[in-house]
Design a binder for this molecule. Structure first.
Ligand code: AMP
Ligand code: MG
Length: 406
């Protein structure tokens, strides 16, 4: 029998995301920050320009500015002065005159067009024009980039380097952004040993925290790292209580399945309102979401690849919403499968893969080695997810699939 999401009680990934986004209430508190500090932060208010950018008509070229109509019946004009960027020519350009002008310099009264230097010849105190301009040539108009009163960047935008330049160009040195989101991170398991210490029998090195905290630190958050917590009911309860009262979002990793030492479910049921889901996603089926004290809570599976993939696919939208951003699904592209890919319908498969362009410019994608949920090199050496839809079966060579570049 073909396994489907219905007969296994699996929750489709989009349903899980919508469900979480419907519940999460964005943090509204904001703070003023200097523009230099604002990279990656989320804008709390629209940025409205109080000026035109550029503020004046100015020259797009090094050359000569004049009245275009003057060149209708002569090709020689008298040189009356110079305008530099930041040092305007303060008089009127009269009929029969031109001025030397540099890129970015204000077009003086009277002038309306610029001829680039290469198409002119200076002769004593006059200039010969070897090209007759059209009216307005090489003049950048005031406000052609941004108009006074225009919304330049909208509230909810995550600020990239280009947005910082755009905001600076309208003269703002400080802006209002959503405060940092407080995220608590807890990893659980008796076997987990911090790197740098000797490994005892049956132990493994704890590694998920390094990926998760690095992923988190690219976001506008402050991280509260609660370290490794033993599979001990009392310890776990204390840490979960602490995290739930200090954070906006608590992430735990491990112990959300149904193993003997998986106390997380019992404790969370006691401390909060948590739903334990089997999300129709591979890797990473067990996932928990709900409220813990003052915080939202996401419980990730412990397997390294599962925790990474569920963080990227399920926790990222929650963090976006929480930090006031509009939910932006990751861009997908289409590529052709370079080989047969075995798949059973029932779960969306996020295979770690490598995409490349062939000599005809066509995009292909192939799985990056073994796809087990413990094989971290499958992510580390990959450059995309190959996303196989929940209901899809085997994919034939040459069939198109979606990819999500890293
Ligand atoms: P669990 O979800 O706790 O049942 O863990 C599933 C598997 O992931 C087990 O093999 C764990 O040893 C492993 N695991 C859990 N947490 C971590 C971690 N933080 N770092 C590395 N491996 C982990
Ligand atoms: Mg465990």
């Amino acid at each position: 029998m073909i396994e489907t999401c219905d007969n296994l009680g699996l929750l489709p990934i989009q349903a899980a995301i919508s469900n979480m986004l419907k519940q999460v209430i964005p943090v509204m508190e904001s703070e003023q920050v200097e523009l230099e500090e604002a990279l990656g932060r989320v804008l709390a208010e629209d940025v409205v320009s109080s000026i035109n950018v550029p503020p004046n008509d100015n020259s797009a070229m090094d050359g000569y500015a004049m009245r275009c109509e003057d060149l209708a019946d002569t090709n020689q004009l008298q040189l009356a002065g110079t305008a530099l960027a930041g040092a305007p020519f303060k008089q009127n350009v009269l009929s029969g005159q031109c001025i030397r002008i540099m890129t970015g310099a204000v077009i003086p009264q009277g002038a309306d067009s610029v001829v680039m230097q290469e198409n002119t010849e200076a002769k004593d105190d006059s200039v010969i024009f070897k090209q007759i301009p059209r009216w307005g040539n090489n003049v950048r108009k005031a406000g052609e980039d941004i108009q006074q009163g225009q919304v330049v960047v909208t509230k909810g935008t995550k600020l990239t380097p280009a947005y910082l330049a755009l905001i600076a160009s309208v003269g703002m040195a400080e802006i209002s952004v959503i405060r940092h989101i407080k995220v608590g991170l807890i990893v659980t398991g008796d076997e987990l040993t911090p790197p740098g210490q000797p490994l005892s029998d049956g132990a493994i090195y704890e590694s998920n925290r390094y990926a998760l905290s690095a992923l988190l630190n690219t976001l506008p958050i402050v991280l509260f790292d609660f370290g490794i917590v033993k599979d001990d009911k009392t310890d776990l309860k204390t840490v979960f209580e602490q995290a739930g009262s200090h954070c906006d979002l608590v992430l735990s990793c491990g112990g959300v399945s149904v193993g003997d030492a998986d106390y997380v479910k019992a404790i969370l049921d006691e401390l909060g309102t948590i739903n334990f889901w089997k999300v129709a996603i591979k890797p990473g089926k067990p996932f928990a979401f709900g409220q813990l004290g003052n915080a939202w809570f996401c419980g990730l599976p412990g397997n390294p690849v599962s925790s990474y993939v569920t963080f990227e696919q399920l926790v990222t939208p929650v963090l976006q919403k929480l930090s006031g951003q509009t939910y932006l699904p990751s861009p997908h592209f289409i590529a052709k499968a370079a080989c047969i890919i075995k798949k059973r319908p029932g779960r969306a498969d996020y295979q770690r893969a490598i995409f490349y362009r062939d000599e005809h410019g066509e995009l292909w994608v192939k799985p990056n080695g073994k796809q087990g949920s413990g094989i971290m090199s499958s992510i580390a050496n990959a450059n995309c997810y190959m996303v196989l839809e929940q209901d899809a079966g085997d994919i034939q060579q040459g069939e198109t699939v979606n990819i999500q570049p890293f």
